[in-house]
Design a protein around this ligand. Structure first.
Ligand code: LMR
Length: 398
């Protein structure tokens, strides 16, 4: 008997698969705008200096490799909760909010998905159309009913009215996944007035928001990017937030993230956290220590924190300049207006509006790699090669 005889091959991951295809491309002029990693002017994904300094301290000071608990590193969780909810957060002061450490933001999403599946049976989850492809599969794998609300229309513009209209019809009590900032894949973020209106619908339909906050600091700034999260945390008694340290701390491979819960009171928070620890025990037992220890060391030290914020600000400003630069590079081709949205979008990604066919041509004819949906990782660009990219886009566009 062949145990594996019936197993069919599935297609590779649409985003991670691009890394392999890019590595295998022999063209020296190739350009990687696929997976969401930041690259500096040398084309490298740097380890922030604050991270290196924290790691040096950890190597010297670490005394044990014993397990950390089910909720992870307590100092990490406390400092991260302050970073996300704000040092003056009423929910933190009332001890009805806390973070559980997870393996990356994806681990936090999976923990949230299983929590909803186990503890809130029958609730569906609603995702923006479009959204990060892993949202689609992760919640479906966890057995949740997955629905969609409109977000960006066929004209590649944010459609807040259509979004609100659909949210207003969702089954009472369902979960709605919202991107706090730097919407993945589009880069189109809601304005503050839009968020207020979403909050009103969430209240009216008694929805449970799950806010995915994977890019804090990459949009408009650490505090500014947390605006909607804090609005919701102050207006609602119950909330789930997933946080990632992959991009803002450059800790991609260390898998460092957290699931934050706001509950009605301390007792209920502890009830929910007992469930999270129990679910996590069956997923990854206890989370990996290193990345969280690095983040805790940085956030708990004024000097390291100031250095990290400077480095994060520099990354954000560089991406903003690249957005502007790409639009300018498209101007001689008569395409600056057509692609003006690239400078308006926020975070790493741009939904360029290029069709799957145009994306395929960019890859086959110019070795430019981006996701088939037309999502480009602007943070992977190189200022010296904006003209090269603009010419390639102009050629596939004509
Ligand atoms: C992305 O969307 O490219 C990133 O979030 C990385 C990933 O895991 O997909």
């Amino acid at each position: 008997m062949r145990h594996f005889g019936q197993i069919a091959r599935v297609p590779g991951d649409p985003i991670l698969g691009l890394m392999e295809a890019f590595a295998a491309d022999a063209n020296p002029a190739k350009l990687d705008l696929g997976v969401g990693v930041y690259k500096d002017a040398r084309g490298l994904t740097p380890i922030p200096r604050a991270v290196k300094l924290a790691e040096q301290r950890l190597v010297e000071g670490e005394t044990s490799k014993s397990y950390i608990g089910g909720h992870g590193d307590a100092l990490f969780s406390a400092r991260l909760a302050e970073l996300v909810l704000g040092a003056a957060s009423p929910a933190l002061a009332e001890q009805r909010a806390a973070a559980s450490q997870t393996p990356g933001g994806t681990g936090a999403l999976r923990l949230a998905a299983d929590f909803i599946g186990h503890c809130l049976p029958g609730r569906g989850i609603w995702l923006s159309d479009p959204t990060w492809p892993i949202h689609e599969t992760l919640f479906a794998e966890a057995g949740l009913r997955v629905g969609h609300y409109p977000y960006v229309g066929a004209d590649n513009r944010l459609d807040v009215e259509a979004m609100l209209e659909t949210l207003g019809r969702l089954p009472q009590g369902d979960v709605v996944l919202l991107h706090a900032c730097c919407h993945n894949p589009t880069g189109f973020d809601l304005g503050q007035d839009d968020w207020q209106r979403v909050l009103e619908v969430v209240k009216a339909r008694e929805l449970l928001p799950l806010i995915d906050f994977a890019y804090q600091g990459f949009g408009d700034g650490l505090e500014q990017d947390a605006w909607a999260v804090r609005l919701f945390a102050e207006a609602l008694p119950e909330l789930l937030i997933t946080s990632s340290c992959s991009k803002n701390f450059g800790l991609y491979r260390e898998r460092t993230g957290a699931l934050l819960v706001c509950a009605a009171d301390t007792g209920k928070l502890q009830d929910v956290r007992s469930q999270l620890a129990s679910i996590a025990r069956n997923l990854w037992s206890t989370p990996p220590a290193h990345g969280a220890a690095v983040v805790a060391s940085i956030l708990d030290d004024d000097e390291l924190k100031a250095l990290w914020i400077d480095e994060l600000d520099a990354m954000r400003q560089r991406v903003a300049a690249l957005r502007q630069g790409l639009v300018e590079a498209l101007r001689p081709h008569g395409l600056a207006e057509r692609f003006a949205h690239i400078a308006v979008q926020r975070g790493m990604f741009s939904y360029t509006g290029l069709s799957p066919r145009q994306v395929q041509r960019l890859r086959e004819e110019y070795s430019v790699y981006m996701v088939g949906s037309g999502r480009a990782n602007v943070a992977g660009l190189d200022a010296q090669r904006l003209d090269q990219l603009a010419s390639a886009i102009a050629r596939v566009f004509s």
